[in-house]
Write a protein that binds this ligand. Structure first.
Ligand SMILES: Cc1cc2nc3c(=O)[nH]c(=O)nc-3n(C[C@H](O)[C@H](O)[C@H](O)COP(=O)(O)O)c2cc1C
Length: 202
């Protein structure tokens, strides 16, 4: 079974989402043996943002020489995603949504003909056979009854993106209120780590 583990926080060892995504992978490894794990750190090895040259190359135009390495990196991340049975993603909230490094990755995996297609009924996801587990960390509180709920574009965005490519039920482990003070941070992290440690086996 192939597991793709991705982190996107820029905060290195101080990152909450990195700790929780690692705990999720640890839990899955303990409960199921024989994982083939690929790890990708989007903060230390960022992908380039899409450009007109990327899109022209995808339509068959000869790419400029300075784009070749990035096109190859993009193909690699798409191949990694397509091959994965389980995807574990660390996703912090930056300015109410995902980090731009994670958006650059999403731009490489949401690809017509590979992970979705348009048909007579509209868009159809082609990546529905995967299990996707996301470790989310947010500085504030964004529960349904909070005033900030309307500004939540991290979990809602990822739900939509994964749903669009066919993953109907992505799983989320949430550490909220990380910036509300050390006590709140400890409690939220402990709760998320507990959720990771008791996650459904692979
Ligand atoms: C650049 C930046 C932007 C942030 N923007 C938000 C935000 O819009 N809303 C929020 O609740 N927290 C925000 N935070 C706080 C982070 O979501 C919080 O610290 C979270 O734990 C980050 O995840 P990490 O610990 O895995 O890096 C921001 C943090 C950074 C570094």
């Amino acid at each position: 079974m192939k597991l793709l583990h991705i982190d996107s926080s820029v905060l290195g060892p101080n990152s909450v989402s990195r700790q929780v995504s690692a705990a999720i992978v640890d839990r899955l490894q303990r409960t199921t043996s024989g994982f083939d794990i690929v790890y990708r750190d989007l903060a230390t090895t960022p992908l380039g943002h899409l450009s007109g040259s990327h899109l022209a190359a995808s339509q068959g135009a000869a790419p400029p020489a300075d784009l070749l390495a990035d096109l190859s990196a993009g193909q690699t991340v798409l191949d990694e995603f397509l091959a994965a049975d389980i995807v574990v993603l660390g996703a912090p909230m930056y300015n109410f949504t995902i980090p731009s490094q994670l958006k650059a990755w999403i731009d490489r995996i949401v690809v017509a003909g590979k992970t979705f297609k348009y048909g007579p009924q509209g868009p159809e996801g082609l990546a529905g056979h995967k299990r996707v587990i996301v470790a989310i960390s947010r500085g504030g509180l964004y529960g349904p009854d909070t005033p900030a709920a309307v500004g939540e574009h991290l979990e809602t965005y990822l739900r939509w993106v994964f749903g669009f490519i066919g993953v109907a039920n992505p799983e989320f482990i949430v550490a909220d209120g990380i910036q509300l003070g050390p006590e709140h941070r400890e409690k939220a992290l402990a709760s998320a780590l507990h959720a990771a440690a008791t996650l459904k086996a692979a």
